[in-house]
Structure formats: structure tokens, C-alpha cells
Ligand binder design. Sequence first.
Ligand SMILES: O=P(O)(O)OC[C@H]1O[C@](O)(CO)[C@@H](O)[C@@H]1O
Length: 548
Amino acid sequence: MSAPVEAPLTVSLVDPQLAEAASALVEKLVTDEVASKLARQDDTLWGPDAQDEASKRLSWVTLYESSKPLVERLTALRGDLHGEGVDRVVLAGMGGSSLAPEVICHTRSGSAVGGRHPITVLDTTDPGQVRDALAGDLSRTVLVVSSKSGGTVETDSQRRVFAEQFAANGIDAASRMVVVTDPGTKLGDQAAEQGYRATVEADPAVGGRYSALTAFGLVPSALAGVDVGGLLDEAAAAAPELQRDSADNPAIQLGSALAAAHNAGAEKVVLADSGSGLVGFGDWAEQLIAESTGKQGLGLLPVVVESPDAPGFADHGHDATTVTIGPAVGNAQIATEGSLGAQFLLWETAVALAGRLIGINPFDQPDVESAKQATRDLLDGDGTTGTDEAPVLVEGGIEVRGEWLRSPSTLVEALGQLIAEAPDGGYVAVQAYLDRLDDASAEVLRPEIAKNTGLQTTFGWGPRFLHSTGQYHKGGHQNGVFLQITGSVADDLAIPDQPFTFGELQHAQAAGDAQVISQHGRPVLRLHLADRAAGLVALTNAVAEVRR
Ligand SMILES: O=P(O)(O)OC[C@H]1O[C@](O)(CO)[C@@H](O)[C@@H]1O
């Protein structure tokens, strides 16, 4: 269950040294009246280079008010759909267009109702995972197609295949499509031309990762039955406190602590839930933190871990700051507590403030495009998808690739070579271009690597993480090493009217991102699993033997 609307919002700086280091920054923010200026949407707060972008990105500070008119409209739309027996919501969207509704729906419904989540979030190109979503009861399904730009390839591909399958099942596809997009996008035009059920235009003056309380967060959540008016009320209750130029302002405390830690070399922010009741909040915060700050060789690397007892949190070193979502427990240096709406606004404000203190523009994502371009080049090229360069080694059905490798004779040796490339205080990023549901066991790799190597270790599902930590890996501190995992596709899926399949797209995304990371001079160990289940077991066993 969620906290009541008026539940206090608190940030506790539990670590006295960190609190001491943050205090000078707190004082500076208060003296410069940054919180109240931000509340007035002052676009000069991040310096002249960021002003143009900031001038188009600050409406999130008042969404708890400006989004209110949506509530009635969405309640009516849900009522109409339910009246027609349409009560299954599938969300096609990436990054800022899917992370918030996932947290909102899972938080508000408990972890699952009758074993079934009220929403299926389809932020993937994995053919098996897309097939599973299509295999649900289409006669009861509405597809929410969410894209700010209206041009994101994953989202467009999901829209195409659902439209095709609705039609194939004798369902009027247009009547089952609800679009969320900015005014004037290609997606909006398509929706109008094809007579989609509804188009809800989002506030264009809010960036994707700050859009939790815009139509992007609210439309899918309301259709899935969440009281989104209550969520806005929670944010509204917290807003006055977050806008005060006071040393007690929780966002000033949190932003200052994160920036002070960053500036002292603890740029990893290890996030663990400690019983907040907010389900998956770290995954949402991950995009906000990484995309907002990871640029110019600076920034905060979010490391979302399984619990406060997990490796990386319980045994963190000087390169990391530990934060609980929920009460302070164990090794927590910072704890944030409050309702979901309040925590959204807290973290958005704190990250914007930390951006000013670190000296970056928190509203752009300059390095995201490079991976997208590399993917397009691969798909436009000869149709190969990056797994065909000869492997350095094949062991138990796992193909091992990486030009930088020094002739490893076993998988354990290849993994050891990757870990040895990480500098002290570096990190390991595990990037699994697999099925987030069927291949969920891959997630065990994160704690295992962190425990065995002592390095902070992140885990991301591809291509989902490209819209989250992807910016940081290319734009942030260049001290990461990358373990990329792809898997063979048993039953590929065509994307209607596209020259590539979901499987080809997924592999091109992996290959394209590996290319760009390599161009940044960082090592990528690419593992391709001929048999996903057996490969994950073999890989887990190999990882257990790797030490730093
Ligand atoms: O909503 P869109 O335009 O489809 O973009 C999805 C995501 O892709 C990014 O633009 C970049 O990866 C994110 O910032 C954004 O949240």
C-alpha cells in the first residue's frame, strides 16, 4: 500500500561525514535561492549553455496542478473501455514513456493482483517477450502507445505488430489504440489519420525522464485503474516544502549530498528499497539520475540493487554513496521516505539541483543518439546484425567476442580479462539483450559479479537500459567495463512493413551500442548464448569463479 497523501517527506543524511560535506552546498543553494527560482521555472540556473534547453524543460515543477484536468478525461476513457470489456492494458513505450507507469501501477496494485499485473509494459524488442504480450487476451486489450518524440523505433515496432494482430483477430485495431505523444509528432498524425481511439497530448515543456506526472505517467496508469488524482495530490502536498529556500528542504539536502559525494569521488549512487512500499522505484530513478547527470565525463551512476543486504550496498567502498528508498537501514548513508507522488517530485528536484552543483545541463542527453545511429547503420547495411564477426572462443554454446581480448582459452579467463580492465573505483555493467520475463535468471549475475570482484555492478535489460543508463555509459565517468549478453532467437517475429524483424533489431541494437562503447575506448565482452537457459547457467557458474 502507498503512504497517505500527507505522509511526511523526509531525507535523512545518516552519514555524518557526508552530511558535513553537503552542508556547504546546502548553504550555497539556500543563499542563491535556487529552490524558489526553480519553482518559478528560472531557466538560468544551469548556466548560459544550458539555458535554451532549460527554457523548454521546466514545466514539471507544477504538474501536480497542470495535470489535474486529465483525471476526469482518463476516468471516462477507462469507463468506456471497461464497458466494452477491455480491461487489459499493454504499454508500448521506452524510458521516460514507460518507467513511471510501471512503478505507479505496480505500487498501487501491490505486486500483482491474482498473479496478474494490471499493466504489461513492453519496453523490449525481444521477439519472445513481444510474442508473450501478443498471446494475452487481445479481445480485452488496449494498447497505449507512448512516445514523446513519436519516432522511437521500439515503440513504433510494437505498435505495428499489435495493429496487425488486432486485425488478424477480427478486432478493429484503431479502436484499441490510445496514443500519448507531444503535439505535432508523426505518431500524433498517424493516430488522427487512422482514427485511433484517443490521443492525449503531453506537455512538450517536460522532458521524458521528468514526465511521471504528465500524460506519460498518468494515461496508462489511469487506464489500469490507478487513482492518478491521488498521486497528483501527493506531489502537491510535498511541493511547498520542496520549493522553500531552507536548509531543511529535502530536495536541497538530497541534491547537495549527491553532488558532494560526486565531487569527492563517490559518483555511484547505490539504490536499495528498504520497505518503502514503492515497487521498482529505483528503476525509474535510474533513468532520471543517469540521463540527467551522465555527461561531459561527469555524473552520477545509479546502481539499483536487490536489497540493503546486497553486494554493492552492504559492502560499498569509497566510490559509492548508498541510498535507501524507505527508512535508513544497514549501510545506508542517505534515506528518502514519502509517498510515491512526493518521491517523484523530490528526486526530480534533487537531480536538477545536483546538476547545477556538478556543473552539467540536466535536461539534455547528448550521447543517446550515437547508439541509435549505429543501430540504424547496421540495419541499413548488409542486414548483418553483429553476431557474425568470428568469435574468439566458443565454450558450451557460448560465443565469446571482443577485439581487445588477449586470446582467452576459457570463458572464465575471458571474464577475468574483462574485470582486470576495470580501474580501481571502476564499474561493471551487465547488459542483457534477452527476455526480461523468461530469462529473468540473468539478474543473478549482478550480485554475483559485485560480490566476487568488489566492483560496483549494474544490470540492465537491452534495449531498455539504452533509454536509461545508456547516456551515462557513454557520457559519464569513463571507468566502466561492459558485459553484453545476447541470445539466439527460437521464433523470430516480423515487424509489419519493416525490412527487419524484432530479432534483427534487437541484435543490431546490441551490436550498435557495443560499437559506440568500444569507440569510447571501453572494453565490451560480448557473449552470445546459443541456448539461453543453458547459457545462463553456464555463465553464472563461470562468473562464480571470477575474482579481481
Ligand atoms: O518518448 P520517446 O520519444 O519515445 O523516447 C523514449 C526515451 O528515449 C530517450 O529519448 C532517449 O533514450 C529518453 O530520454 C526517452 O525517455
